[in-house]
Write a protein that binds this ligand. Structure first.
Ligand SMILES: [Zn+2]
Length: 381
């Protein structure tokens, strides 16, 4: 059986943040007999700063499924200096605030070549959005990075609800492809808020004029299954038909019951997409593949937060994040042996996607659509 690499090279060496990894074209019998592990065998791995577990998962579990080109529709870029102080109460109430405040364009490119050494990754990028962030500076940083072809990126414009809709028109004329509002900016100290509290209708009308993308993080504790969320998203898609709606994190359906209740409302909504970012639940992905199909699911990473290492355990509609990170909320730890085998949340997310695709009986084509071609269609690549 001939060895084929997607880039045509028969055998090559990657540098991964100081790690040197050599791939050997011939395969051991155990690999040969398993079509999903068909191509690669690690001959020699010298890991400097990275863990061997990362390389093993990439080579054995992910690389056989990943297309040569990937579009990541959900990446936060920005610098720490855009953040004001985060109070301890806020850090406790939003766990991700403490995990990742900085992801420069350079960081992001380095992460891509480290985690996806054989793929070309394009990106839809936007600021980290929270009330502590200087959003004007953060938007300008996104705009400048998008202008650099080396970043292979398009940008979304982070919005505050009180802003004049003219700012959105200006941003779209500057080259932004859409907007990223955020429930936190409704300044309500509760998630029980209407979408319109942080995304006024005038903003939607401006976005609709340009046929832009709306990256929407749903509010309300009922998430994708909340009847008011469902009603409002359907109303937005009816009223602003040229807006492409991406519901982030599968509409925050981290548990299967929420996914099962919420997803069927959107079966025929061609303008409503779901990104799989920061969702690690294979059952939810399977439900999305079976209910919505692979044509309106989009790969998103939610980097940099998903560089956190660990595992997520799901209990009905709740989940527990386990990690070895130095966060104030990280008080429930697993054993040192288990922690030593933690890989990136992003790799765990992709493992869950692959597992869901296998269970549904879909093949690599579904993976290609989710990781590349669906989003390529949206951003004209
Ligand atoms: Zn995000």
């Amino acid at each position: 059986m001939a060895h084929r690499m997607r880039d045509g090279a028969a055998d090559h060496q990657h540098s991964i943040r100081g790690a040197s990894l050599v791939r050997q074209p011939d395969m051991a019998e155990s690999v040969r007999s398993n079509p999903e592990m068909r191509r690669y065998k690690v001959m020699a791995v010298e890991i400097a700063s990275e863990r061997a577990i990362d390389r093993r998962i990439y080579i054995e579990e992910l690389a056989p499924w990943l297309p040569a080109r990937i579009i990541d529709c959900h990446v936060h870029v920005g610098l720490k200096e855009f953040w004001g102080p985060v109070s301890p109460e806020r850090a406790r109430s939003i766990w991700a605030l403490e995990v990742a405040q900085e992801n420069s364009w350079e960081d992001f490119r380095r992460t891509c070549s480290s985690l996806f050494p054989e793929q070309r990754v394009s990106v839809i990028a936007f600021a980290s959005v929270a009330r502590e962030v200087d959003i004007e500076s953060a938007n300008e940083y996104v705009r400048a990075g998008v202008a650099d072809p080396a970043n292979d990126a398009v940008g979304l414009f982070a919005t505050r609800p009180e802003w004049d809709a003219g700012l959105i028109r200006d941003a779209m004329l500057q080259g932004f492809k859409g907007i990223k509002p955020y429930p936190d900016l409704a300044m309500k100290d509760t998630l029980e808020t209407s979408i319109y509290d942080f995304l006024p209708r005038e903003h939607l009308a401006a976005l609709d004029e340009f046929g832009g993308i709306l990256m929407l993080h749903l509010p309300r504790s009922g998430r994708l299954a909340d009847p008011d969320n469902v009603r409002e998203v359907l109303e937005i898609s009816d009223t602003y038909p040229d807006v492409t709606i991406i519901l982030a994190h599968v509409g925050r359906a981290y548990g299967l019951t929420t996914a099962k209740r919420g997803l069927p409302h959107f079966i025929d909504r061609e303008s409503v997409y779901f990104d799989i970012s920061a969702n690690l639940n294979a059952d939810v992905f399977q439900c999305a593949l079976e209910t919505i199909g692979p044509g309106r699911l989009l790969y998103g990473s939610d980097l940099p937060v998903t560089l956190m290492r660990g595992v997520r355990e799901h209990f009905g509609e709740h989940y527990v994040n386990y990690t070895d990170g130095p966060y104030s909320w990280n008080t429930h730890r697993k054993s040192a042996e288990e922690e030593a085998n933690y890989t990136y949340y992003l790799y765990e997310q992709l493992r869950s996607l692959v597992s869901a695709i296998k269970k549904t009986g879909l093949g690599r084509d579904a993976c290609d659509r989710v990781l590349y071609s669906n989003c390529a269609r949206l951003i004209g690549r």
